[in-house]
Design a protein around this ligand. Structure first.
Ligand code: ZN
Length: 320
């Protein structure tokens, strides 16, 4: 077998009313505007399909590579590339939303996938919070609170800081708040039900809410706060530290200040450099770069002073 190459990706960007400028000013991405909400660092989604940045597959879309070269992704049994990796700059609050699970989405959303997602807080202000879960103790109370718009009572905010890691299962009410910079790994799906939008107007009108579907899928009571958030701000240096392993994905953090040699045993491994610079097998890499190590890539050496997040598919590869 010929030796495989690292797949470097060109990110795709979205402009959003709640977006800002930090993806340009802090991550160095060449994108204009003061409403840059999301960097899709690794994505094969139809609304933002990353191009391979160089090498034998230069210019190919990730979705094309997935179809034409399944060997690069371990011949995974999925109808499409299963994950997305984003960096999100929320200048203002995002709407409060919830995602269905695979079973509900399949039935009610034309065979789509549901969504599990997780956030790693890259930066935030002191006393920052995220919306994770709610305060209704039962499905009946949930219907009463949501049906009557008792948002202050309903919405649960949890305190976070730089380095907090948050797991958002399907059915978990959630929202990123203004001032947060977040790294996100999620299932490749855009099925989102908007529960509440802070009564904001967009173009003179409120954005559509999906109250009935939300009530259908929201889990009540919510998981306890401490089960949703962990502190991943300081981890042992120069080794991969597991942050989560669920059905949909696994995520690790690496705080590198010297070097690390490893071989990845997964169908593929997604890497994102979130701080600093260094090399991967001798090739210069820096903050803001995203890449995939294909199946069977072999010996990998990372060197330098960097914070790197890695992710791969989860325990249940056949659910998609
Ligand atoms: Zn979400």
């Amino acid at each position: 077998m010929s030796s495989r190459e690292i797949l470097f990706l060109d990110p795709v960007f979205t402009h959003n009313i709640w977006g800002g400028t930090r993806l340009r000013t802090e991550f160095g991405y060449e994108v204009t505007g003061s409403d840059i909400g999301e960097c899709w660092g690794i994505s094969a989604h139809e609304k933002g399909d990353c191009e391979i940045a160089g090498g034998s597959y230069a210019g190919k879309r990730l979705s094309e590579l997935w179809k034409e070269h399944p060997e690069l992704f371990g011949f995974l049994n999925c109808s499409r590339f299963p994950l997305m990796v984003k960096i999100i700059d929320a200048r203002e609050d995002l709407s409060v939303q919830v995602h269905p699970d695979n079973a509900y989405a399949k039935k009610h959303e034309n065979g789509s996938f549901g969504k599990t997602e997780c956030w790693y807080v890259l930066d935030c202000e002191k006393d920052a919070a995220l919306v994770v879960g709610h305060n209704a103790s039962s499905k009946e109370e949930l219907e009463r609170m949501v049906g009557n718009g008792l948002w202050e009572e309903f919405i649960r905010e949890i305190p976070v800081k730089k380095g907090s890691f948050v797991q958002i299962d399907p059915g978990c009410v959630h929202a990123i708040k203004g001032g947060l910079l977040v790294y996100e790994v999620e299932q490749n799906s855009d099925i989102t039900y908007r529960v509440y939008d802070y009564d904001r107007l967009s173009g003179g009108k409120p954005r559509e809410l999906h109250i009935q579907k939300s009530i259908d899928v929201i889990r009540a009571p919510a998981r306890p706060m401490e089960k949703c958030v962990t502190d991943a701000s300081s981890v042992p240096k120069n080794q991969w530290c597991a942050l989560v392993a669920c059905d949909s994905y696994r995520v690790w953090k690496l705080a590198l200040d010297e070097r690390l040699v490893f071989e990845q045993p997964y169908p593929f491994l997604q890497l994102s450099v979130l701080e600093g610079e260094g090399t991967i097998n001798g090739v210069f890499i820096k903050k803001g770069m995203h890449m995939i190590l294909p199946s069977g890539f072999g010996r990998t050496e990372l060197a330098g002073k960097m914070e790197v997040m890695a992710s791969s598919v989860g325990n249940c590869q056949d659910t998609q």
